[in-house]
Ligand binder design. Structure first.
Ligand code: FAD
Length: 283
């Protein structure tokens, strides 16, 4: 696939998906895209995106083959395509604490770094020591953690076109039984809340402390749980999750998101900020 991609002249923008096996392959694909002025989208686990019914124009670079985890003392180095939940299990097996929050968090290390994913009172930036990435020059670089660059669901990787290759996570020796108990409790909490019952993208909107309540509660207070458009439904069990109850089109999900935004704006005077990322061609 890679060899042929390099010889393709993109006379039209055609949809192509490439699973890069390593950093060099990702760089080669992106170099071709830059040369041909073809847009490229970096795909992690795909758990936080809503892809248009028209698909993604250009090249999708699937990072899920860049996997691997190793420990260098108490630093755990995980390749970007590694499921972030696997990192929690790896750390547990070595008695290294700090990643328990990510047990059963869907998605890849790259996506979690990009979003500064957070749950159960912790976030990626709490343990991040460095990130290896390809810069806009498509050369490898290392980002050293700077606390001020990070915030609630914010990372410096959202502002610039950079390809996250690996993350160095600084963990600390921990007591295994306690770690395991925390991880089990996070997993069963997600199961109890119905996170894995239907296809969804997790929380649709970010929380905002200034609003005085979690977004899910605000949406619930307006009686919007259970609202349907086509095959998309505001989850009956959580106001901030939209589920696919069988045959939802991306346009159904988007229309439902917009309806919720409008209701919250009109009835509560609040402007919700989306967490889910709309990707592809939207009319
Ligand atoms: C059931 C469910 C529960 C969830 N619960 C939570 C939760 O508790 N907390 C939370 O924070 N999130 C939650 N999420 C959302 C999601 O799991 C996280 O945002 C996750 O970190 C996204 O990772 P991903 O690999 O799937 O990223 P994707 O969805 O593939 O991509 C997200 C963004 O990251 C970019 N990206 C991905 N990989 C790379 C890379 N290697 N280099 C550069 N950019 C990259 C993509 O281009 C895109 O812009 C939940 C989702 C689901 C489905």
């Amino acid at each position: 696939m890679l060899a042929s991609l390099e010889t393709v002249r993109f006379r039209f923008v055609v949809p192509v998906a490439v699973a890069a096996a390593n950093a060099e392959e990702a760089a080669r694909v992106l170099r071709v895209c830059a040369r041909e002025s073809v847009p490229a989208f970096l795909l992690g686990g795909g758990t936080n995106i809503l892809v248009s019914d028209l698909g993604i124009r250009g090249v999708v670079v699937d990072m899920s083959r860049l996997t691997g985890i190793q420990a260098e003392g108490s630093i755990v180095v995980a390749q970007s395509g590694t499921p972030v939940s696997d990192v929690a299990e790896f750390a547990l097996a070595r008695g290294l604490s700090g990643m328990e929050f990510a047990c059963s968090l869907p998605g890849s290390v790259g996506g979690a770094v990009w979003m500064n994913a957070r749950c159960y009172g912790a976030e990626v930036s709490d343990v991040l020591q460095y990130v290896d990435y390809l810069g806009p020059d498509l050369e490898p670089h290392r980002y050293a953690m700077e606390r001020g660059d990070w915030g609630y669901k914010r990372s410096p990787f959202q502002d610039a076109r950079r390809v996250i290759l690996a993350a160095g996570l600084s963990l600390a020796p921990g007591e295994r039984a306690g770690m395991q108990a925390r991880m089990l409790s996070h997993r069963s909490d997600r199961e109890r809340k119905g996170h894995f019952l239907h296809p969804c993208a997790g929380s649709i909107f970010k929380n905002n402390r200034a609003f005085g309540a979690p977004t899910g509660q605000l949406i619930e207070s307006l009686g919007l749980k259970g609202t349907r458009i086509g095959g998309a439904q505001v989850a009956p069990f959580h106001g901030n999750i939209v589920i696919n109850i069988g045959d939802a089109r991306a346009s159904d999900v988007r229309a439902l998101i917009e309806l919720v935004e409008k209701e919250v704006r009109m009835r509560l005077g609040l402007e919700l900020e989306r967490e889910v990322i709309l990707v592809g061609d939207w009319e």
